[in-house]
Design a protein around this ligand. Structure first.
Ligand code: TRP
Length: 456
């Protein structure tokens, strides 16, 4: 039985560590930085509803599909797709899904590293009391003036990439596993404390209403695509990261249960981040749709006003940085595992080469906020927003769509049923319905709506 095989890259020491590692990949800047600003730009409630629907109906089936492919193939996503396509007597072209994933991971990591670098910078700014007693004006100004200094940004971007390379190079070692064990619960507790603070900030009712009042009119056609793209992004889906992690998962664990746990955890962190940020936005007369700077303006402001703000603020940005690291490593893992398999290369060499390439690409995003500010690739998208848009809103959903089609229609049913421990019965029917119809059609509907919308 293939499910009991092991991967040559190593294995998670238990089912629990798979959950932690996958949750470490899923919970990241996407939850704390990206989700609130995207919800802010897209009018709140309706965006949140579409995002939640996409997580439940599209994200969860696709995540299960990725895990089961990984665990069946036990190789890097590229070679897993290749070997399973062969086994299923399907087209060898399925391997393209693996290649596209590697590319998407690259694009995402390039700017992810820059944003994580901002978080590194803010660790220091909070620790040295820059924001103590600051007002909204000051917090916005501080962020603006940071963005126009490319050298500072490059410094932090470099540091983040170096840390990521270092960790990936060592293998998903005990060090990382231990770090995740400490960090995940701490992040959870801190988020709860911050939600508590936010409730007393005076803007809670307004912030809550903004996030949960469903007003379809405020969501643009493009906002729907963004909500779906974000569901993929936040769950780390569509590019093979979860497939790569699934390859190191013990054969005995239940895929359905672990995936649901990961998705619920990820969603709770995102909703908590929104419930922290929006009340602060409204209590201080800030703009919810201000874009990528949202977290970097609101959080320092709140910490500057609360008792023990220096302590909590520093801790907050340290945790954000950690969350980013445990995600970043999963963006590199598919490409890395592939090169190790292909050339029998040493892990650390591959990690360094890939990391440097990504770092160079990331400079484009750094310059998007200063030197290349007025340079637009298409429409109003500068280099950074273009890379983000293309990877999250196009490549991930497309990759996920192909993955779920592959599992639903190409991989022999016996293999899938064994991996999912499904016997004939209601659960099996529900599963077939989700992977064969609901998830792929869901992606097509959102893509179709976008195309229809742009023609009108
Ligand atoms: N999910 C992470 C976040 O929300 C980012 C991430 C890690 C990711 N690995 C990924 C996104 C793979 C897409 C694909 O911050």
């Amino acid at each position: 039985m293939a499910a009991t095989d092991v991967s040559k890259h190593g294995m998670w020491s238990s089912q629990w560590l798979f959950v932690l590692a996958a949750a470490g990949s899923a919970v990241g800047l996407g939850n704390i930085w990206k989700f609130p600003y995207m919800a802010g730009e897209n009018g709140g409630g309706a965006f949140v509803v579409v995002y939640l629907l996409c997580v439940a109906l599209i994200g969860i089936p696709i995540m299960m599909s990725e895990v089961l492919l990984g665990r069946e193939g036990r190789l890097s996503p590229i070679n897993t797709m290749r070997s399973l396509a062969l086994k299923a007597k399907g087209s060898p072209l399925w391997v393209i899904v693996g290649w596209m994933g590697v590319l998407a991971g690259f694009l995402i990591l390039s700017y992810y590293s820059m944003i994580a670098g901002w978080a590194f910078h803010y660790v220091l700014r909070l620790a040295d009391g820059t924001f103590t007693g600051a007002d909204g004006e000051f917090a916005s100004q501080a962020f603006e003036s940071f963005l126009v200094q490319p050298w500072q940004m490059i410094f932090w971007h470099t540091l983040f990439m170096a840390v990521t390379i270092f960790i990936v190079a060592r293998g998903v070692s005990r060090g990382l596993e231990v770090a995740i064990k400490i960090f995940m619960p701490t992040l959870f507790v801190l988020m709860i404390v911050l939600v508590g603070y936010s409730m007393t900030s005076g803007g809670f009712a307004e912030g809550f209403a903004f996030m949960f009042n469903f007003d379809w009119a405020r969501l643009s056609v493009d906002g729907v695509l963004q909500a779906m793209g974000h569901a993929f992004f936040t769950l780390s889906l569509g590019m093979g990261a979860i497939m790569a992690y699934g390859a190191y998962m013990p054969g005995s664990a239940s895929i359905a249960k672990t995936v649901v746990a990961i998705a619920v955890l990820d969603t709770l962190v995102a909703l908590a981040a929104g419930l922290v940020i929006f009340p602060i936005v409204f209590a201080n007369g800030l703009e919810p749709g201000q874009g990528p700077g949202l977290m970097f303006v609101t959080m320092p402001l709140a910490f500057g006003q609360m008792p023990l703000g220096t302590l909590f603020g520093t801790a907050f940005f340290v945790l954000v940085s950690f969350a980013a690291i445990t995600s970043a490593i999963s963006l590199l893992e598919p490409a890395l595992a592939f090169l190790v398999e292909r050339y029998n290369a040493q892990r650390h060499r591959v990690a360094i080469s890939l990391g440097v390439l990504c770092w160079v690409l990331g400079l484009g995003s750094v310059f998007s906020f200063n030197y290349w500010k007025d340079f637009h690739i298409v429409r109003e998208l500068n280099f950074f927003s273009f890379v983000d848009y293309l990877s999250a809103n196009v490549m991930l959903p497309l990759g996920g769509f192909l993955i779920v089609l592959f599992v639903g229609w190409v991989v022999p049913r016996a293999i899938v049923e064994e991996q999912m421990s499904l016997s004939r019965g209601f659960r099996n029917i529900a599963w077939q319905l989700l992977v064969r119809v609901v998830a792929p059609v869901g992606v097509l509907v959102v893509f179709g709506y976008q195309i229809y919308g742009s023609l009108n």
